[in-house]
Each structure stands twice: as C-alpha cells, then as structure tokens.
Design a protein around this ligand. Structure first.
Ligand SMILES: Cc1ncc(COP(=O)(O)OP(=O)(O)O)c(N)n1
Ligand SMILES: Cc1ncsc1CCOP(=O)(O)O
Length: 212
C-alpha cells in the first residue's frame, strides 16, 4: 500500500476562490495544523507556470507534515514536479492511461458515480475513489447529488479506499456513517471558513467518529 488508509480521513482540496488576500501556502498550512491528512491542489484557472510554483510551495509544506500532495487533472505537471499522485475525473484522461504514465508507485485517485465506474477504475489501477456529490455543493457547478445508497454500494463493491465528496460539513457528516467510506474530501467546509485551523480540527474530530 502506498499510503495508510487512515491518511484519507480528512482530504482537503484547495480553492483560490476563498483566499481573500491570503496566500495559498498560508491557508493550507492552517489546515494542516488543524489535522488535514491528504491534500489536493485543484486550480482550474492558473497558467502552468503559476500552478507549478504553487505546487512546489505546497509540496515542501506537505512533506514537512508527511501529508501526500495530489495534483488535480494535470498528469504532466504531477510528473514534472514529482508529486505524490494525481486525481482524475471521468471526463479526464482514462485511468489506465494515467496509470501507464504515472508508473506503479504514484497515487492515482479517480472520481466515480456508479459501481461500474468504480470497478473499472479499480481494475485500471486506481488507488482510491472520490465519490459524490453526496450533498448539494456550491464548489463545483456540474456536481449532481448522488444518493447515499449508491455511495454505500460503491464502497461495498471495491477493495480500495473511498472518500465521499460534495457539500460535506461538520454538521451533516454523521449522515455518512455506515456507508463504508474511509474519509471525506472537502473544499468549503475548511477553506471558506474564517478560522481554517479550527474548522479542520472540528471536521477531523467528526470524521474520526464515523469511520472505522
Ligand atoms: C477526492 C476527489 N474526488 C472527486 C473529485 C472531482 O474530480 P472531477 O470529477 O475530475 O472534477 P474536478 O475536480 O476536475 O472539477 C476531486 N477533485 N477529488
Ligand atoms: C470537486 C468536487 N467534486 C464533486 S463535489 C466537489 C466540490 C466539493 O467542494 P465542497 O466541499 O465545498 O462541497
């Protein structure tokens, strides 16, 4: 195993939208101080140079905290900077092709909304799955809500860790108990909060109560 599944408990995904004058490094550091266990750099708007710069900064930080850094979508950049892994969706490069490019040692995360997609991703070399949106979210325009029964069916069908994503907060997280998830992936429940460290601490405590 490339990572302990406990590392998937609190998976934070960056979003420059909430920076409000702060640096990405600053807000990510606060979240790591609050207990984030996995990090994804997701930045759909910056050019490659800016992306690489922020990725390099976060890589140093994540190494200090022994937290894996995953790059959203961009396999070439992940390889160039020797990131810990990549997360791709169903409309991005196909999982098997990403695995071929990444080699066997890097972490590959894949989004899935059906048992079929989940099984195929697992077969093609995914190390974990991101499944959602499990609640309504304002952070991704095209993220339709997915029934919790489907999340549970996916968790039961695969042997790799599954994280739930989409609209998860410290208040609603208990509704995911019993689904079989290893953790939760969040943007706004951490990065849209005034006190990022406290928000991460609260979520970490809440997720620790619902996963085995
Ligand atoms: C952990 C995790 N799960 C799901 C997603 C969504 O990925 P994708 O479907 O590719 O959508 P975008 O993030 O590219 O908008 C994710 N990023 N992380
Ligand atoms: C990237 C993504 N994929 C499915 S929902 C989502 C957004 C998650 O953001 P939030 O935690 O703010 O709902």
């Amino acid at each position: 195993m490339k990572f302990d599944k406990e590392k998937m408990r609190l998976y934070a995904i960056t979003d420059r939208h909430w920076l409000n004058g702060r640096s990405l490094r600053e807000v990510v550091k606060e979240s790591l101080d609050g207990g984030v266990t996995f990090l994804q750099l997701r930045d759909k708007n910056s050019d490659d140079e800016t992306f690489l710069q922020e990725a390099a900064e976060l890589q140093k930080l994540c190494r200090d905290y022994k937290v894996p850094l995953i790059i959203n979508d961009n396999v070439e950049i992940a390889l160039k900077m020797n990131a810990d892994g990549v997360h791709v969706g169903q409309s991005d490069m196909e999982a098997g092709a990403v695995r071929e490019k990444l080699g066997p040692d890097k972490i590959l995360g894949v989004s899935a909304r059906t048992v079929e997609q989940a099984l195929l991703a697992q077969e093609r070399g995914a190390d974990y799955l991101g499944v959602g949106a499990v609640f309504a979210t304002g952070s991704k325009a095209d993220a339709a809500e997915l029934p919790h029964e489907t999340l549970k069916a996916i968790c039961e069908a695969v042997s790799i860790p599954v994280v739930a994503i989409g609209g998860i907060t410290a208040e609603n997280i208990s509704q995911l108990k019993g689904t079989g998830i290893c953790g939760v992936a969040v943007i706004s429940a951490i990065y849209a909060q005034n006190n990022i460290k406290e928000a991460a601490e609260e979520l970490k405590e809440a997720v620790d109560k619902i996963v085995l």
